[in-house]
Design a protein around this ligand. Structure first.
Ligand code: FES
Length: 332
């Protein structure tokens, strides 16, 4: 049975079957609504149910608290409709007017920036430019049915090119990239997608956190702030196990030439031969030590779900962080 879903104040209406989530139904019909993890943990898809009968699932580590559920909130990715539903959905201004489209490109350059990380520079079709907010991602389309989310690693304003960083997990896309892809090959994409973008309504200090190739969207955001001449104080923490995980460490160090920008590499398990002089341990503990009060900051984090969950817990409980924006790692 299909039910109508009305989204206020957007005026968006779509239909949802009882066997699919409110999020899945919206995406199936081409409506890119806020979401990230699709598993109930990040809270990006939180909405207020104004009318209707909605069944909410509450998986382990659910981002919806019992108090929020009692207040009428729900997660689109964990909710099913059993009647017509009216909900309040606030798109963020930074991405609301960016059209999602098909993008054709060719491989301009492939660079192995670590043994397991490929930096791919794509050249768009002649005269083309993609409008996106730094931090957003695209779906790379392989063949008829494979779609993989990959963050855009460059900032807007470099018209004609898109940069992606891909870690080799042995998946369909990364195997293709590491074993077959070559300069000149055609790459199809859809996007830009997602709401991982710097909020423009404030001038609050920013803490960026990345692990591994979670660096890609953070790189885009930092480069955008530098490009715009922003004066917002910025601290960037890049977490890895060994030095090689920080595959563009030199570039990140060069950002410190911008006044008010601090780069802090953090290694969880350096070995004696690494001769590591920097911070060690869990990145969230290092941040908590450096910023005992984060109540006036915004934090943007991209990495593995376990890192995001731990950082949320530590930094909200110990440092009073409220504005926590996430982008979960995409395995390709
Ligand atoms: Fe629903 Fe992350 S997309 S909680």
């Amino acid at each position: 049975m299909q039910h109508e879903i009305h989204c206020r104040p957007l005026g968006l209406t779509y239909t949802c079957g009882e066997d699919e989530t409110l999020l899945a139904a919206a995406l199936r019909q081409g409506h890119i609504v806020p979401h990230s993890c699709s598993s109930g943990r990040c809270g990006t898809c939180k909405v207020r149910i104004l009318e209707g009968d909605v069944e909410r699932a509450t998986p382990k580590d659910c981002a919806l608290t019992p108090a929020e559920e009692a207040e009428g909130l729900a997660l689109l990715c964990q909710s099913r409709a059993h009647s017509p539903v009216t909900l309040e959905l606030n798109m963020i201004d930074e991405t609301a007017d960016i059209p999602v489209r098909r993008i054709m490109s060719r491989v301009h350059e492939l660079e192995r920036v670590a043994s397991d990380v490929m930096r791919i520079t794509l050249k768009l079709a002649e005269g083309d430019a993609v409008k996106f907010a730094a931090g957003q991602h695209v779906n790379v389309v392989l063949g008829a049915s494979v779609r993989r989310c990959v963050s855009i690693a460059n900032s807007p304003g470099q018209d004609g090119f898109v940069e992606l960083h891909l870690k080799n997990y042995g998946g369909v896309l990364s195997t293709h990239v590491f074993e077959k892809l070559k300069a000149g090959d055609l790459i199809r994409m859809e996007g830009p997608l997602g709401i991982f973008a710097i909020r423009r309504s404030t001038e609050r200090p920013i803490v960026f956190v990345a692990s591994g190739t979670g660096f890609a969207p953070i790189k885009a955001m930092v480069e955008q702030l530098i490009h715009e001449g922003s004066r917002r104080p910025v601290a960037f923490y890049w977490a890895g196990r060994r030095p090689a995980d920080l595959y563009m460490d030199e570039l990140a160090r060069s950002w410190e030439a911008r006044a008010g920008l601090r780069y802090v590499p953090v290694l969880a398990q350096p070995l004696p031969e690494d001769q590591w002089q920097g911070k060690t341990g869990f990145v969230q503990d290092v941040i908590a030590q450096d910023f005992p009060d984060l109540s006036g900051h915004e934090l943007y984090i991209c990495g593995a779900p376990i890192l995001i969950d731990s950082a949320r817990k530590v930094l909200q409980e110990r440092c009073g962080l409220r504005d926590f924006y996430t982008d979960e790692f995409k395995k390709s």
